[in-house]
Design a protein around this ligand. Structure first.
Ligand code: NAP
Length: 433
């Protein structure tokens, strides 16, 4: 892809999460406009730091809740740094409030910063991005938007839920112009916002309490969020990646869990091909680790779990343009699809997210050709359709086919057209190359 001079505007980029995002993007060679609203010192200190590291950077005061100031912010960034290619809508405030303590003016102010701020800067940036056919917009929403139980944050959560729906709708509006719009939903991160006006002692107790509640036993740091945002940008803008390879669960949680939906959404928006391969133990490990069975049986069982969790979990319906490739030819998926359909017919829990039988989704996935058996490959082709099977090798692992092209070309039950489709035609189409 052509090299683009990256210029990022990070709203609220002077402190906390925004500061960390600014520093991460700068480290990747991006010029940075550090926006702030009330406190010039942290913004100027960061800009000095970025200059020392060789980054072009400016600090610009603007209250993003005000449309005119948002436009002036974007104009100034463009005049001094060049056309903005990245907009990170990070500026936000959190005002506590419950039904009892509801204070209209305070909560209205929060809504104007958190929601109108996103609208104002996006509107101010989009004309230029559209004209250039390129833009990356990332909105910092919050875990609160998808449901947490922290008391006193209902109205804050509502503003962030609004940011999430706006992200989706803006993505629809701007996608055709080469502008992607994504959201990152941080959990509880140690910043000035979460610190508020608590004493050191109170804050330590709060951190300890939050640590207790988290799955991994720690609260977040601004760098965690910066890394997620920067990686999203880096993969697409700098590396020109076509997709990624991942395992099929995180700490045992399969990818139909709600916390992974933003990932699938981003994958669909980026048109990224996601290859699902084995990472770590398989379901067989719990029964036996002998005879290499965790691999020779386990990988195949796990791929059927991958297919089933994405299909029964409703992920494939929710993101109809996802491009998912299952390694190990989908494992036992093709062999077991009749039983999955039967389960869907007779059991209501199998139909919670699914209007159609699982077999209707076979043609939504891609499958590599690594079956180590001609009869099995023939069955996969006949079950999912020849246009869904792509070439795989498993190199450099010991389970790889030694001469995979020779193996495929030698299969008597495949036509020449089928061999060509598997060897290169389907991959070209899938990867859009
Ligand atoms: P923070 O430490 O309080 O920093 C907020 C930043 O936003 C500051 O740079 C501040 O600038 C700027 N800002 C505030 N109001 C603004 C306005 N009207 N116009 C322009 N800039 C403004 O906050 P944070 O914790 O890093 O949070 C950053 C974002 O992440 C927010 O959108 C927040 O809702 C979200 N988030 C935070 C957490 C968390 O646990 N911390 C969790 C989920 C989501 P000044 O210095 O001028 O005030």
């Amino acid at each position: 892809m052509p090299q683009i001079d990256q210029v990022a505007i990070v709203t609220g980029g002077s402190r906390g999460i925004g500061r960390s995002i600014s520093a991460h993007l700068a480290a990747q060679g991006t010029a940075i406009c550090v926006n702030y609203s009330a406190q010039p010192e942290p913004a100027e200190a960061l800009v000095t730091e970025l200059h020392a590291g060789g980054t072009s950077a400016i600090a610009v005061q603007a209250d993003v809740s005000d449309s005119a100031q948002a436009h002036a912010l974007i104009d100034r960034a463009e005049a001094e740094l060049g056309p903005p290619t990245i907009l990170v809508n990070n500026a936000g405030i959190s005002a506590p409030g419950t039904l009892e303590t509801y204070d209209e003016a305070t909560l209205d102010r929060m809504r104007r910063v958190n929601v109108n701020g996103v609208i104002n800067t996006t509107r101010a940036t989009m004309a230029g991005m559209k004209a250039r056919g390129y833009g990356r917009i990332v909105n910092i929403a919050s875990n609160a938007a998808i449901g947490t139980t922290l008391s006193g944050t209902a109205f804050y959560a509502a503003t962030k839920a609004e940011v999430l729906i706006l992200t989706k709708r803006f993505a629809l509006e701007l996608g055709r112009s080469g502008i992607t719009v994504n959201a990152v939903c941080p959990g509880w991160i140690v910043t000035d916002m979460t610190r508020g006006s608590t004493t050191e002692e109170e804050f330590s107790a709060r951190v300890a309490d939050m640590q207790e509640r988290t799955m991994v036993g720690r609260v977040g740091a601004p760098e965690d969020i910066a890394a997620a945002v920067a990686e999203l940008e880096r993969g697409v803008t700098q590396l020109g990646l076509k997709g990624a390879m991942i395992g099929d669960h995180v700490n045992g949680r399969t990818f139909d869990e709600p916390e992974f939906l933003p990932f699938w959404k981003a994958a669909e928006q980026l048109s990224a091909v996601i290859l699902i391969h084995q990472g770590g133990a398989t379901v067989v490990n719990e029964r036996t680790s002998r005879y290499h069975l965790p691999n020779t049986i386990g990988n195949l069982a796990d791929r059927a779990v991958t297919f089933a969790s994405l299909v029964f979990g409703g992920v494939m319906d929710r993101y109809p343009n996802l491009k998912v490739c299952l390694s190990h030819a989908g494992g036992y998926t093709c062999f077991g699809i009749g039983r999955m359909d039967r389960g869907w017919q007779v059991r209501s829990e199998a139909r919670i997210h699914l209007q159609k039988p699982p077999s209707a989704y076979l043609g939504r996935f891609y499958y590599d050709c690594i079956t180590h058996s001609e009869a099995a490959l023939r069955m996969v082709i006949d079950t999912v359709g020849i246009d869904r099977v792509v070439f795989g090798t498993d190199w450099p692992f010991d389970m790889a086919i030694d001469w995979p092209v020779t193996w495929l070309l030698g299969l008597e039950s495949l036509t020449q057209a089928e061999k060509e489709a598997i060897l290169w035609k389907n991959s070209e189409k899938l990867l859009d190359i």
